[in-house]
Design a protein around this ligand. Structure first.
Ligand code: AHR
Length: 496
């Protein structure tokens, strides 16, 4: 067993966590919407056709915002197809995912669903086939109180009160040649600026996210980000990042994915800060990590044109969940710059929640670390000193114990999240928490197991699930505990 030491000082603060860090994403893709959140005729469906079993789990995940409606789908989507009487809505081809889109769900229904699921919508405007004008019209439809063509149409369609969607993405992954009507950085920068102007003229209380690079391996990264920000810096509030990780049969590298994510965030911040200096701006650009997850991007099987095909339905293992935990820790540890993060996605498509058409629902392994950070990661991220062995990886030397500590002074809670990424060694961790005075240890949640490839299935839904380790009784101001190899841990204390 190796040793690690952690000193947590309550006055060493990194940042308040923005609740938007615990957001997610529903795209019109595969079975995310149709037979995911929406399945009229399902035994739990409500009067609008929304599955109550899905709503219950989304509520349990405590999701702040849900980005909608895409994703790649966004770049070919005409939002007007999704409003008004359902029987009048057109059935369209979705070219992004080779799918038939029935348009039974549109912005009005999605806002209703979000309310039922105790969450809110992060909107997105089409920058592929869409125009600055159509973006403005969508915003007017959603947020303008009434008395204009678009706002009155919303009222006529049954929503008297404005939707008040406060956060909007200006397009999706516009740097990607796979995007419908992909643009180069200069063209996108100009279009995004004009769109931002129109949108903020309509409602200056909104916040806007401009497209950064689709991932750090893009040949245009980070020039794309620099050029886009040079065009839009003062008009937008966040720059987006997307990144998915997968295991290329190398557990050591996979478990160290958090380090690559951290490097990516730092280099995007550096790029944004370069533009800040160039523009002599006083404003700091925040980041919206609005797609992150594990995703096995194997080539999708060809499928005929159809509604709601079973695409991107990854089954997540215990190892995936533990690696995912490292990514979640990295987001918390960058909460001074990353203010929005969307787990991509939420239901069926690369998702923590998985439904059976007409039937059951299960929690995938990644459900648990997401729920933990969303539930216990609200407060102030501290800057602990962690001394732990390092593991050499292609991303650099990765600490064996990625850790994040969140202090919620108001609730009197101190929560330590950590992952032991070693496959070989348990860690004996010595924690020094003296600055808090006497603490009460309330819980040690752990997700680990002998079979790293175990997955939950409809027949065996609880193969991968967290358990609780014994806690130390009485008041503590320091303690020693074993952090088992390949494990996700949440160690919780009451401070009063
Ligand atoms: O989340 C799946 C896809 O990944 C999204 O549609 C796209 O934005 C990204 O490439």
């Amino acid at each position: 067993m190796k040793n690690a030491r952690m000193v947590v000082e309550k006055n060493f603060k990194l940042s308040e966590v923005d609740p938007k860090l615990f957001s997610s994403f529903i795209e019109h893709i595969g079975r995310a919407v149709y037979t995911g959140i929406y399945e009229p005729g399902h035994k739990t469906a409500d009067e609008q056709g929304f599955r109550q079993d899905v709503i219950d789990l989304v509520k349990d995940l405590n999701v702040t915002l849900v980005r909608y409606p895409g994703g790649n789908f966004l770049s070919g989507y005409n939002w007007v197809d999704g409003i008004g009487p359902k029987e009048d809505r057109p059935v369209r081809l979705d070219l992004a995912w080779h799918t038939i889109e029935p348009n039974e769900i549109g912005i009005d229904e999605f806002v209703d669903w979000a309310k039922k699921a105790n969450t809110a919508v992060m909107g997105a405007v089409n920058m592929g086939t869409g125009t600055p004008r159509s973006a403005g019209e969508l915003l007017e439809y959603c947020n303008f109180p009434g008395g204009t063509y678009w706002s009155d149409l919303r009222i006529k369609n049954g929503h008297k009160e404005p939707h008040n969607i406060k956060t909007w993405c200006i397009g999706n992954e516009m740097d990607g040649p796979w995007q419908i009507c992909h643009l180069d950085a200069v063209d996108y920068g100009k279009k995004a600026l004009e769109t931002a102007k129109i949108m903020k003229w309509i409602d200056n209380s909104i916040e806007l996210v401009v497209c950064g690079s689709s991932h750090s391996l893009m040949p245009t990264y980070p020039e794309w980000d620099r050029i886009v920000l040079e065009h839009t810096y003062e008009a937008v509030d966040y720059l987006s990042l997307h990144r998915y990780y997968e295991n290329f049969d190398n557990n050591k590298e996979f478990l160290a994915s958090f380090l690559d994510m951290d490097n990516f965030i730092r280099s995007v911040c550096a790029t944004a800060d370069y533009v800040k200096a160039l523009k002599r701006s006083k404003k700091t650009m925040y980041l919206s990590f609005d797609e992150w997850n594990i995703w096995y991007q194997k080539k999708q099987k060809e499928h005929p044109w159809q509604q709601a095909p079973e695409i991107l339905e990854d089954q997540y293992s215990l190892l995936d969940a533990i690696t995912f935990g490292g990514l979640a820790i990295t987001l918390l540890n960058n909460s001074d710059r990353v203010k929005i993060a969307c787990l991509a996605q939420l239901v069926n498509t690369i998702a923590p929640i998985f439904t059976e058409k007409g039937g059951r629902i299960i929690k995938q392994s990644i459900y648990y670390p997401f729920r933990d950070i969303s539930k216990f990661g609200r407060g102030t991220v501290l800057k602990p000193i962690v001394i732990a062995p390092a593991i050499e990886t292609s991303y650099g030397d990765a600490t064996m114990l990625p850790t994040s500590v969140v202090y919620n002074e108001e609730a009197g809670e101190l929560n330590v999240f950590c992952v032991n990424i070693s496959e070989e060694e348990d860690l004996l961790l010595n924690m020094d928490l003296r600055s808090f005075g006497d603490l009460e240890m309330v819980e040690h949640i752990i997700l680990n197991g002998d079979d790293l490839h175990a997955v939950n299935t409809f027949d065996q839904p609880d193969i991968v699930k967290p358990s609780n380790l014994p806690v130390k009784d009485g008041k503590v101001d320091s303690l020693e505990m074993v952090i088992p190899k390949v494990s996700w841990n949440v160690i919780r204390f009451k401070t009063k």
